[in-house]
Every structure is written in C-alpha cells, then in structure tokens.
Design a protein around this ligand. Structure first.
Ligand code: C5P
Length: 246
C-alpha cells in the first residue's frame, strides 16, 4: 500500500468543488480526494461517479453507523460507486463492521478499503466518561476499538497522527492509519487541536494523511498539495506532467 495524501474536499456545492479541482488539471497524477457528508448530501452520488470517471481516487467519508443489515445494504450501494475507501464507526460493533465488509465485497472478490472511526477527535476524555460512560483513557479506548476493527477484518482506522503508533502497536504495521489533523509548521491551526506536519505524520507511521484547509484555503492549492506530497510521500514521482515544462 503506497503512502498518499488525501485532499478533504469540504465544499458545499459541485461548482465550488469543480472550480477547486480545475487547478489540478495539469498534474500528471490525480490527487486522492475525500468526499464527506457536506458535498455528498449536496451533490449526491453523481459527483462521485463524475470524479471517478475523471480518474480521481475517492475516499467516501460517510461514517456509517446503523444496524448490521442496513449498513450491509448501504455498503453494497457505495461499492457499486467504485469508490476506493469508505468508513464506519467502530462503535457500531464488530457485527456491524463485518456486515459492512460483506456488503462492500463485490462478486469478483474486490472491494474498496474499509476503515473505522475509533473516537472522533472532537470527543474529549471528559465527554467520553460523562456522556458515553467510557471510563478508560482515550488512547486505550482507541487501541481497543482499532483491535475490534482488525478482528472484524477491516483494513485500518481513522485517527490522529499522534495515535498512529499506538494503533500500529495494537494491530500490526499492515493495519492502515488514515490521519487528519495536518498543518504545516507555519500555517493556521484553525480548529484542530492535536495536529502535526506532514513530515511528522510520516515519522509517526501514518499511511494516509487527510488534508483540508491547508490545501483548500491556500493561496496556491497546487503548491500546498505538492508540499504535502514532498514532505509525506518523499519517494513520489514527478508530479507535473513533463509537457508543462516545455
Ligand atoms: O481542514 P482540515 O485539514 O482540518 O480538514 C480535516 C478533514 O478531516 C475534515 O474533513 C474533517 O472533517 C476530517 N476529520 C478530522 N478529524 C477526525 C475525523 C475527520 O479532522 N477525527
């Protein structure tokens, strides 16, 4: 599995998303994109089909959480969209995660990567204890949920880069960590509290970094994307199509 940078396309409309992606049209390598609830609910499955047709890889971040049978059927539909990565909440239980996997698996045995959200980074340990009645520390809870996901057959989890090594320790090096909370050393932190640079995320063992505003709100989004790739992937091939240098 090749390490990659995923751009979080947190846009409220198709036009805004397409206007943004237009800037990347000269890159020889199409970026991996994350489509979340905002864009999916605004634009529907058609935007996914269209971006796939244009050659983008898609992480469809809809964080499913329902009874196993419903999740299985919903995953079958998402698998038909030919996306590359989807996710569920690990708190839906192993039964739900197994059902998700079944629904995702196509007749030829292929399927998108399936990862689990452990605890949202917006949930504090206090909220976990007082509202969810989970008394264990955050890192233990995350490692436990990650182990559940692995035992259910999933490919990895979404977590903070700061938790990646703990997850790898619990689940092994092959178990994927997909990590948001990325900021350049000199950029705005926005509302992210636990964040690292792309280079640090690589050192901490992230397999995929999910980057939103440091790219989408940059004065030059393509340069910001390339900086992420250079720092995080390091071994990447030339990003620009050589013809653009002639
Ligand atoms: O703009 P920014 O780089 O903060 O965007 C990060 C993306 O990752 C957003 O789409 C956000 O919803 C998502 N995310 C996150 N923390 C999590 C899970 C998802 O920031 N724990």
């Amino acid at each position: 599995m090749k390490r990659d940078v995923i751009i979080a396309c947190d846009f409220g409309s198709v036009e805004e998303c397409k206007g943004f992606l237009d800037k990347f049209k000269d890159l020889s390598r199409k970026p991996f994109l994350k489509i979340g609830m905002e864009l999916f609910y605004a634009a529907g499955p058609e935007i996914v089909r269209e971006l796939k047709k244009q050659g983008f890889k898609i992480f469809l971040d809809l964080k499913l959480h329902d009874i196993p049978n419903t999740v299985k059927k919903a995953m079958k539909v998402l698998s038909g969209l030919d996306v590359d990565m989807v996710n569920v909440h690990a708190s839906g239980t192993k039964e739900m995660m197994k059902a998700a996997l079944e629904g995702l698996t196509r007749e030829d045995g292929s399927r998108p990567l399936l990862i689990a959200v452990t605890q949202l980074t917006s949930t504090s340990e206090t909220a976990m204890r007082e509202q969810l009645l989970i008394d264990n520390p955050m890192d233990e809870t995350i490692a436990h949920y990650a182990r559940n996901a692995m035992e259910a057959g999933l490919d990895g989890v979404v977590c903070s880069p700061l938790e990646a090594s703990k997850v790898k320790e619990a689940c092994g090096p092959q178990f994927l960590t997909v990590t948001p909370g990325i900021r350049f050393a000199d950029s705005a932190k926005d509302d992210q509290v636990r964040f690292t640079t792309p280079a640090m995320a690589r050192e901490l063992g992230s397999d995929f970094i999910v980057v939103g505003r440091p790219i989408t709100a940059a004065a030059d989004p393509v340069a910001a994307y390339q900086k992420c790739v250079e720092e995080f992937c390091q071994d990447e091939e030339l990003l620009y199509n050589p013809s653009t240098f002639i």
